[in-house]
Design a protein around this ligand. Structure first.
Ligand code: EVH
Ligand code: ZN
Length: 259
């Protein structure tokens, strides 16, 4: 409803929302399972991440983010809906203040407590991530839903580093991490053409949303919520609800890799 959109436009994280008004392919969206179209031409997604390309973890004031060395084709994805390979640049998360909300995308209006985004760029059509941000189909983001459940051992290595990046702009070395451990084993995904969900909100993203969530436990979610939006010395603002509200589907079809 309009007040919802107004909140979206005025939300501190997305003041620039108005600058992308008129967008026809904004993200996130609510994926209506029954409206998605099975595409038999969609291939399995192939993921080859080299754990030694992991560089550091930092608090960028929106989320915590793990950055990778993308100077060569070492951590790449291909297949799926993609025409060539894409290089992993970073991954980050979005989450809520409580378990009842937090993800950016929804499935039949079901919202998850958190969502992982693995951000990749097209080295065939761009020379850098920053370039690819402005290119049509310059980026691919894999979205993975997090649901409350069992302890996630792979995630715990990340969670243990969070106290060191509690404040905005804090950074800590983070070597040898393979984000494949954060992928569900089920190969099924939806895919659609969309945008970044944080500024510059550019419409350059091929989204690949995994159908099956991964499980994390309550303590791990609570550790996310102990991060701060604010820098050291400022009045503390807890980093929670760092998700963008739903955007209109407009003239788009969501394809599924599964029947
Ligand atoms: N949340 S997102 O994956 O669309 C993103 N990545 C970089 C900027 N925004
Ligand atoms: Zn994101």
């Amino acid at each position: 409803c309009s007040s919802y959109r107004l909140r979206d436009a005025l939300h501190p994280l997305w003041q620039s929302e108005l600058s992308v008004s008129g967008g026809t392919r904004q993200s996130p969206i609510n994926i209506q399972w029954r409206d998605s179209v099975y595409d038999p031409h969609l291939k399995p997604l192939k993921i080859h991440y080299d754990p030694t390309t992991c560089l550091y973890i930092w608090n960028n004031g929106y989320s915590f983010q793990v950055e990778f060395d993308d100077s060569a084709d070492k951590s790449v994805i291909m297949g799926g809906p993609l025409e060539n390979h894409y290089r992993l640049k970073q991954f980050h998360f979005h989450w809520g203040a409580i378990n009842e909300w937090g993800s950016e995308h929804m499935v039949d209006s079901k919202v998850y407590p958190a969502e992982l985004h693995l951000v990749h760029w097209n080295p065939v059509t761009s020379t850098s991530f920053e370039d690819a941000v402005m290119e049509n189909n310059g980026l691919v983001v894999i979205g993975v839903f997090l649901k409350l459940g069992a302890h996630h051992a792979g995630l715990q290595k990340l969670v243990d580093a969070l106290p060191a990046v509690r404040h905005k702009d804090a950074i800590v070395e983070f070597d040898v991490f393979d984000p494949s451990c954060l992928m569900p084993s089920c190969p099924d995904y939806w895919t659609y053409d969309g945008s970044l969900t944080t500024p510059p909100l550019t419409e350059s993203v091929t989204w690949i949303i995994k159908k099956t969530p991964i499980e994390v436990d309550q303590n791990q979610l609570e550790e996310f919520r102990m991060l701060l939006f604010t820098s050291a010395g400022e009045e503390e603002k807890r980093m929670v609800d760092n998700f963008r509200p739903l955007q209109p589907l407009m003239n788009r079809t969501v394809r599924s890799s599964f029947r």
